[in-house]
Every structure is written in structure tokens, then in C-alpha cells.
Design a protein around this ligand. Sequence first.
Ligand code: GLU
Length: 464
Amino acid sequence: MSVITRFPPSPTGFMHIGNARTALFNYLYARKRGGQFLIRIEDTDRERYSEEAVEVILDGLSWLGLEYDNTPESQFANKDRHIAVAHELLEQGKAYKCYCTAEELDEMRAEAKEQGRPVAYDGTWRDKEDEDAPDLPYVVRIKSPETGTARIEDKVQGVVEIENDHIDDFVLLRSDGTPTYMLAVVVDDHDMEVSHVIRGDDHLNNTFRQNVIYDAMGWDQPEYAHLPLIHGPDGKKFSKRHGAVGVEEFQKLGYLPEALCNYLLRLGWAHGDEEIIDRARALEIFDFTGIQKSPANFDYDKLESLNCHYMQIADDGRLVDLTIPFFDFDIDEDAKVRLEKAMPELKERNKTLVGLAEEAKFLVSDITDYSEKAQKQLNKTSKPVLTALKEKLQDLDDFEANTIETCARTLADEVTDGKLGKVMMPFRAALTGTDKSPSLFMASEILGRDEVVHRIQKAVEFIQ
Ligand code: GLU
């Protein structure tokens, strides 16, 4: 059997991290088995539909590196086919028209609640003949089996069974003739020849109902894998209250997609004690075994430490490209070269691209102001030190990290009692406008003599 998986998001304008993990698992499972990974946009809610919301999802998938096969399917576009299937079931006597009014349904619900019955609809129209039909709006309901047991052999949850009398005669077509989600999903999954439905375990109840449609149509049920949900760090439903929850937000916080994918893979799935699992390795070892049955709690710190790892091994040129969007100004080719030269040190020092961009700013743009801490370093005591440093640097034969270092050390011996910090702290303030930076010797070499001298001069003037 060839493997076809699918990711069917509703375009809500945002891609929850739980959906991203579902997409990742579907992708890995299909790719590992040489199968296909398909996308279906569940866009039947036309009031909420927007093209931008679809873009958010496709952009998210592309950023995560989850390439899909074929053009994304639109559920809305398949509407006529969904309706046709409902009519086929009607003709075969496997579905029926129900004319109950809203009031009648409310009464049934109240009664069921009172009697503690799991199913509200009482089957009023299930066995009525057509001649009894009033000239009123109706919904189409499926005839669910009334006795026996429904069984799912889930790849994650194992065997799950419920009594069929817990499954109601649910609606396939609403009174306005539109198909329900329950019907649309089954028809689409069947038509797309989906072999494996891998989704959150919040859909497990739907699965029992969806199987009623598969059986009524005589279609093969797909294999199922229901994944435990991702919870917040406190074990509660993962929401904005906990911090970032959308893929786009993690991107904006400066995480690398490979770090997020590695983290999501490990969240609720394990392969021995392997922590670092890149895409190639994931494609080798991913399987349903290893998925835990209970929900996993999101841990921002773990994600950050994985991000550190992936930043350190990332290619410098690629990191330059990824860092540029984090500057709130444009940078030219020369600035890019400076950034790349400093990258080996910058990527060791930072946990995210946001931090990296912040630290790299002085290398790619002018200093426009001094932070409060930097200002403290620019004072009457440091002024002669900076002036002397400037003169020494001007006279240097080779403007290189090691000669600049020697120069600073000599100056410390001469004017600050050998205390290098007393030279370096004002130097850092002058060069970077801050109190934290990568190596000033390396940075000076990258910035070049003219710029370094100019910045020291500016700082001296600032003191006056
Ligand atoms: N649109 C549904 C969701 O986002 C898809 C559920 C499914 O996988 O069938 O939850």
C-alpha cells in the first residue's frame, strides 16, 4: 500500500505549534515511506475565509521545510461532491431526511441530559416513509449502527472501542444543504486516497463517527494515529497565555526552523535518549512507536538550548541572510561582509537570531546613541584613555586583531596600572554603544581603522 498522509488545517490566520507538529509527523511518515504528503485547506467557513490566512499556513510549512505534494486542495471546492455522497447515502437508505425543528431538538437534548443518555437525537425520522414527509426544511442524517461495538486500532492509542449506541445519527447535510465537517473530511480523505490519518487525539471521537460514513459507503477506512496534544509548561491547554504558540511567533523570536522541528519531534516522541535529531536523521528513524500516549508539556528552555546547538552548526552565510530581517534598517553588501566575518563568534554567543542581531548591530550600522551603561563608561577618567588609544591605533602599522590587542595592553600598562578593563570598557562603549559585545579586537579589525578611530573620536566628543 502506498502511503498518503494529509495535513488539513482550517485557515484561522495563525498556525498553532500543535498543528505544526501534526504537519511534521505527517510529513515524516509519508517521506520516510516514499509516500505523499498532501495539504487540504478546510475552508468551508466562508465568513472567516481569507487568502492571507491560507498564506500564513503555507508560509509556515515552507519555513519549517515541510514540502508537500500537489497543489493544496480546497475543501470548499469539493462541496458538490460532498453533497452527492450524502444523496447517494439517501438513495441507498443509509441516510434519511430529518424534519425536526430546533425546539424539538432542544427538548430531546434536555430529556437525554435528564436521563443521562449519551445520544440526544431520538431517531424520530429514522424509519419514516417518504409519504410522511412534511413540506419543511430538513437535514440529512446518517443511520448509525444501533447495536454492537465500534473499534479503532490506533497506531498510537492502541485498540479503542465504544458501544455503537454512543454514536448518534449525526448530520451530513444541514438544512441549507451545506455539507458538515464530518462528511466533508471523509469524502475528501477518501478521494485523496489518504492511507494514514495522523492528527490530534481531540479528534478521536470524530473518528468513530467518520468510520460510520466509510462503512456506509463501503470504503476502506484509513489507518489512524491520534497524537496526544501539546500542553503549556504548566500542563494546561497551550495558549497565548503561556507565551508564543504560533509558528510565526517562534520565527519572530529568532528560532531556527530546524531547532523548532527537532524540538517538536521530540515533544511526545522519543528514540532512545537521542536529543539532537536533524531532518535527515528524523527521516531515518521516525515511526509511530516512540509516541507517548499522554500529553507533552511545552518547555521554552529546551527549545532554546536546541536553538543554541543549531545556531552553532549553521552555515555563516545562511545565518547572515536569516539575521538581516531582524534589523529595522537596510544593510549594504559591505555590512553583510562584516557580519559574516563576525558570525563565527556571534553565533557562539547568542541563543536566538534576535540576540544575535542585537549584538551585531554596531557592525552593520552607525552608533546613534549610547546605552545607559555605556554612558557610565564615558567620563572624565576615561577620556584621556580613549584619546591615547585613538592615537595609538592611528599609528599602528597593521590594523589586525592581534596588533590591536597588543596596543590596548600596552596602553593599560602605561595609563591604567595594567588594568585592561579600564581600557576595554570605555573602548567597548565607544565602539558599540553598549556594554556587551563580541571581541573588540576582532570587531575593530572588521570595522577598519577609519571607522574605529572615528567612533572613539565621537565618544570623546560626547564626554565634552
Ligand atoms: N481542520 C481540522 C483541524 O484543524 C482537521 C482535522 C483532521 O485532521 O481531520 O483540526
